[in-house]
Design a protein around this ligand. Structure first.
Ligand code: FE2
Ligand code: FE2
Length: 377
């Protein structure tokens, strides 16, 4: 039986007596507080869903339905179809591959990709959970974002599980974003955007603050998740194509399915804010943001691929970044930042969707519950 007081300790060890002794006092205090704060019945008006807004709304945020944004609820339901934990996936062959089958260059690539991604997912969690969610004024949006916060934490666990099972030096791996300038550049760009919207005194009825918030959310959904994460997994999928680090790649397949939803949801919310609040963004500021993101990605690609590896070129990594960037920009209703960029990794979507053949008796079956291939658009 679960011990509610201390869930990690078996129930028989719990000090139930002390809990019972404390309960009546706490309950009565809470009840009195509720009565004291409750509005008089005459003040309570039903919520009209048409009055809900993404931000700056004045309706009661505790009322979920009727929905004004039914698509947000659909995102939540879809997100719940992708269930896994990193423990479901065997990493045994990856340990072997890392020790004996990867070249030095491939090990450099693998470790730095993990190092970048794990720091990034902490940032992603803090952005959505601390900076974005509190500004939403419709609960159906917050519900999906709450799920997203959990998923970012799950992703961090996944990277940690890979780092732990492979036996990498945690102090060293987790510090790379601070000491490797080519990783630090991307983290700095994200940190700057995050910190600009993580202040308690932001007033989104102020046009400058509003535009800055929309730019920051666009950055996280369209670039950070939509390009950097999306593109960030592909070096590992390239190893997977050659039969290497397949456990890690399978972990990333699950993460990528979440990230595709995160990017798509964020872009949809941004567009809704732009529509409702009549926001017009500065095209030059948008282009500058893309150019900075490209420069950061270029430094990163030059570092993780400083020596060539079989089956994955830094030129292709960058061309794919520009190709995906155009796609995200169009989704956001913006001009393509890199006209003419072409798909450089035509195998990527199929590889990312590939299901591992499972021996039922060997491992837990972790088939995706959604069925069918995911559309990355
Ligand atoms: Fe994530
Ligand atoms: Fe994410």
């Amino acid at each position: 039986m679960l011990n509610w007081d201390d869930p990690l300790t078996p129930a028989k060890e719990a000090k139930l007596e002390s809990v019972k002794a404390e309960m009546p006092a706490a309950a009565s205090t809470a009840a009195e507080a509720v009565v004291a704060e409750a509005p008089a019945a005459a003040d309570i008006q039903p919520v009209n869903p048409d009055d809900k807004r993404v931000i700056n709304g004045l309706t009661d945020i505790n009322q979920l339905a009727p929905f004004k944004y039914p698509w947000a609820w659909e995102y939540f339901l879809n997100a719940n179809k992708n269930h896994w934990t990193p423990l479901d996936i065997s990493m045994a062959q990856d340990v072997q591959d890392h020790q004996h089958n990867l070249t030095l260059e491939e090990r450099h690539l693998y470790e730095n990709v993990l190092s970048y991604l794990t720091t990034s997912d902490i940032l992603a969690m803090r952005n959505i959970g601390l900076a974005v969610m509190e500004k939403m004024s419709a609960p159906e949006l917050q519900i999906y974002q709450a799920r997203q916060v959990y998923e970012e934490a799950l992703h961090t666990w996944t990277y940690q599980h890979c780092i732990e099972t492979i036996g990498l030096d945690q102090g060293e791996i987790y510090n790379r974003y601070r000491v490797v300038p080519e990783i630090n550049g991307k983290i700095q760009m994200a940190n700057r955007r995050l910190e600009s919207v993580l202040r308690a005194d932001i007033d989104l009825t102020d046009r400058d603050e509003l535009e800055n918030f929309v730019m920051a959310y666009s950055f996280f959904a369209g670039i950070f998740e939509g390009c950097w994460f999306y593109n960030g997994f592909s070096p590992i999928f390239a190893l997977q194509r050659r039969g290497l680090m397949k456990g890690t790649a399978e972990q990333f397949q699950y993460i990528m399915r979440d990230e595709v939803l995160h990017a798509s949801f964020g872009i949809r919310v941004v567009k809704q804010i732009i529509h409702e609040e009549n926001v017009s963004l500065d095209p030059k500021a948008i282009k500058d943001m893309w150019d900075e993101a490209e420069a950061c990605e270029n430094d990163y690609a030059n570092y993780i691929l400083r020596d060539p590896i079989l089956g994955y070129r830094k030129e292709d990594h960058m061309e794919q970044f520009r190709f995906i960037a155009n796609r995200r920009a169009v989704q956001l209703g913006w001009e393509e930042p890199f006209p003419g960029a072409e798909c450089a990794l035509p195998w990527l979507d199929e590889q990312a969707n590939m299901r591992k053949e499972k021996n039922f008796f060997e491992t837990t079956v972790t088939e995706y519950q959604t069925g069918g291939a995911l559309s990355w658009d």
